[in-house]
Design a binder for this molecule. Structure first.
Ligand SMILES: Cc1cc2nc3c(=O)[nH]c(=O)nc-3n(C[C@H](O)[C@H](O)[C@H](O)COP(=O)(O)OP(=O)(O)OC[C@H]3O[C@@H](n4cnc5c(N)ncnc54)[C@H](O)[C@@H]3O)c2cc1C
Length: 438
């Protein structure tokens, strides 16, 4: 166990100095480290959450040695992974077994357990968040006990623990349901936002993956559709190429960053930039294996807020947000991202028993996000929005209890598994209504 050094999240907004940092060699060492810890125990995935959900002044765990594809079963269509496996490490390894993840988000930098813990999702009206594809997991508890959890073993822990913010214990292994390897054809195009919003129900019905980006000062939206195809795809990249690709500062990203820097000092240029950025997204078609086509490099840093809303109200909410931003001259260089996610039965999932639209707003990391996020959050809440656990929001336990029907069940499960609050920090106590917080 090493003396702790400073830790910072991807966006640079959250920092902490843990007493100790440990990278256990295996599950047994992980259990021993948890048992021996004196302060709050947290695991860092890739630090891609915007909230202080990882931060601790106690023990910070890094699961880099509990990573990689352990086994894949093409017949049962399952993949067993070390919890610390980065998503970009999964694609090629699974592909070589004739398999692909069922869906992915915008990037592949996260650790799989980190992505599962916050209900990370991609887009697709028939596709749930990643955690809904869990077949089983192994959980190391506060006492260092290892629980096998599935619909038939420790079923209550499985039910409540698939999205758990690292509050029930540390996942050491996860088994995901996967699909036979598949190719997707990507089509991107620019269309008037009024037409995109008018045709949403059709897009939702007819495409496996549909999303769009609306730069709020443009009247056009950049649409992205992915459809399964039998068309040929290039030979997939090596694992090393996949790792490197996500960190690449492309020409597009360089131009975008330059725009963010100009708009930071002269925000009045934002409407012009928004029209330029939207035009830059125009007309592209390509075919790739699934794991290569989902992620894009995101090298221009930002802070983000995202809420999941009942899908039928997504367009109305988005329109209200954009009208409000324009009227108030609240500036951001970034687009608002609109995605579909299918409902699930995960207690802390923003998609619990509700087909959803997610709306994500971003602010360049060098700019204050307060005005943007305060305004948007007030609107999201009027639409019964549920916040993404990894993205910025101001909700506390009493708000969350009204939004998540199984919130009290989760709290009871957490108290049973971790009565001494070994995984609890002040930030998480605020979310859970513990230690004097409501
Ligand atoms: C550029 C960017 C793009 C993004 N795109 C998307 C997107 O498309 N869709 C989406 O939904 N979200 C997206 N996110 C949000 C991101 O997916 C989530 O915040 C995710 O949780 C980050 O994963 P991580 O591995 O970095 O985890 P961290 O942020 O490091 O940790 C998240 C939580 O997981 C816990 N955790 C980690 N490992 C374990 C473990 N082994 N056992 C128990 N708990 C554990 C941590 O303690 C913490 O509570 C994006 C974020 C960024 C910065």
């Amino acid at each position: 166990m090493a003396q702790g050094q400073g830790w910072t999240n991807w966006a640079g907004r959250v920092t902490c100095t843990p007493q100790a940092v440990a990278s256990p060699a295996d599950e047994r060492a992980l259990a021993a480290a948890i048992r021996a810890a004196t302060g709050p125990v947290r695991v860092a995935g890739s630090g891609h959450s915007f909230t202080p959900i990882v931060a601790t002044d106690g023990l910070l765990l890094d699961l880099k040695h509990l990573s990689g594809l352990i086994a894949a079963d093409p017949l049962r269509q399952t993949a067993r992974l070390g919890a610390g496996t980065k998503i970009h490490q999964i694609g090629r390894a699974l592909f070589d077994m004739g398999l692909n993840l069922k869906n992915q988000g915008d990037i592949d930098r996260q650790a799989i357990a980190g992505a599962l813990a916050t209900a990370t999702h991609g887009t697709g009206a028939q596709l749930p968040c990643l955690a809904a594809e869990l077949a089983s997991f192994r959980l190391v508890t506060a006492e260092g006990e290892v629980l096998d959890c599935s619909p038939t073993q420790n079923a209550d822990v499985f039910a409540g623990g698939r999205v758990a913010l690292g509050l029930l214990g540390v996942l050491s292994e996860v088994t995901l349901k996967v699909d036979p390897a598949y190719r997707l054809k990507e089509q991107t195009f620019v269309a008037p936002i009024a037409e995109v919003l008018r045709d949403l129900a059709t897009y939702r019905l007819h495409h496996r993956h549909f999303e769009f980006f609306w730069f709020p000062w443009s009247d056009m939206a950049a649409v992205k559709i992915l459809e399964p195809t039998e068309d040929p795809a290039p030979e997939p990249m090596t694992p090393e190429q996949m790792r490197a690709r996500g960190e690449l500062m492309t020409g597009d990203q360089q131009a975008f960053q330059a725009g963010c820097e100009i708009a930071r000092f002269v925000p009045q240029v934002t409407p012009i930039l928004h029209r330029l950025f939207t035009q830059g997204a125009t007309g592209r078609t390509k075919v790739r294996w699934a794991h290569e086509i989902f992620p894009s490099p995101r090298t221009v840093r930002f802070n983000e807020m995202e809420y999941a809303l009942p899908w039928e109200r997504g367009a109305e909410c988005l329109s209200e947000i954009v009208t409000g931003l324009r009227a108030r001259k609240i500036w951001t260089s970034f687009p608002i991202e609109f995605r579909f996610v299918r409902q699930d039965d995960l207690w802390l999932s923003p998609f619990y028993e509700r087909d959803a639209v997610t709306l994500s707003v971003h602010q360049y990391y060098k700019q204050d996000e307060t005005a943007l996020f305060t305004f948007c959050e007030e609107v999201f809440r009027r639409y019964d929005g549920r916040p993404h656990w990894g993205k910025l929001h101001t909700l506390k336990a009493k708000d969350l209890a009204n939004l998540y029907p199984r919130f009290e069940d989760f709290r009871a499960l957490r108290r049973r598994l971790d009565p001494k609050g070994r995984f609890m920090t002040p930030y998480l106590a605020g979310l859970m209504g513990e230690n004097g917080h409501v």
